[in-house]
Design a protein around this ligand. Structure first.
Ligand code: IPD
Ligand code: CA
Ligand code: CA
Length: 258
């Protein structure tokens, strides 16, 4: 299945990279929530590859394929995570694909087609970056790490709560916050130790479907921003190297409002 995930991500990534080079018109879901033919066509290429390998499996993808998250065999797909970066020609976006069996992530691939960067994980077998094993950082001090964060498309209370949480992280003397705009890659950056922690108050299943397994298989910890197990639906998310989870959770749970 990881080979199918990789194959599908390669095909989707080829589509995204072609549009990135040639240019494509961006349309607004809202003025700042963009979509394009790159998202749509990449999703179709990914879905075709999965369907060729597993015709009976369900697919939950961002744009056009919305099977139930409770399906026994489920592929969770974001054909273009980081659309805003793509639109502004920042080469930091990814195709994210994961396979879930009975609600549990079994394998996943996150692929940046511009940098030809691969993050992959298989349950019980660890996580890899371009074929090399990766591990979360072993830092036990928030004062020694970068913290990744993200904002959903909310411009109201959710945004202000995120900024307030970031301010509290700064009060712990973290080295800084980073908002790179691609949740799947943010989670990959926790998995390979670049971020001590990452949080976002609203993510969709396709944003974290593969990334959560990268973090878990790299030795990190994932919960909601209030400490519960992460459901396969719209949710808040706190990812960390484990050592920094309790301290980070104290901040995110203080600011998160459902
Ligand atoms: C978005 C990105 C972003 C995160 C948003 C997501 P999209 O996905 O992952 O980093 O902050 O919450 O919606 O719209 O680019 O696929
Ligand atoms: Ca996304
Ligand atoms: Ca997307």
């Amino acid at each position: 299945m990881i080979e199918t995930a990789r194959h599908a991500a390669q095909l989707g990534g080829d589509v995204v990279a072609r549009y990135y080079r040639e240019g494509v018109e961006m349309r607004g879901k809202q003025s700042y929530n963009l979509v394009s033919d790159a998202d749509i066509d990449a999703e179709r290429a990914v879905v075709q590859a999965i369907r060729e390998a597993y015709p009976d499996h369900a697919i939950l993808a961002e744009e056009e394929h919305h099977d139930s998250a409770e399906s026994e065999h489920l592929w969770v797909v974001d054909p273009l995570d980081g659309t805003n970066n793509f639109a502004h020609h920042i080469p930091h976006f990814a195709v994210s694909i994961a396979y879930y069996h009975q609600g549990v992530a079994q394998c996943g691939a996150v692929y940046n087609p511009i940098r030809e960067d691969w993050y992959t994980a298989v349950r019980g077998e660890g996580a890899q970056h371009n074929g090399q094993p990766i591990h979360v950082s072993d830092c036990t001090d928030l004062g020694q790490v970068l913290v990744g964060l993200g904002f959903y498309y909310d411009r109201g209370d959710g945004m202000l709560a995120t900024l307030a949480a970031a301010a509290d992280f700064f009060r712990c003397n973290i080295h800084g916050v980073r908002r790179f705009g691609t949740a799947s890659l943010d989670l990959a950056q926790v998995a390979c130790g670049m971020f001590g922690a990452f949080f976002e108050f609203e993510l969709k299943p396709w944003d974290f479907g593969a990334g959560r397994l990268l973090v878990e298989e790299a030795g990190g910890r994932i919960t909601t921003c209030t400490g519960e197990e992460v459901p396969l639906k719209s949710t808040s998310m706190l990812a960390s190297n484990g050592h920094l989870h309790a301290q980070s959770l104290a901040i995110t749970s203080k600011h998160f409002k459902s």
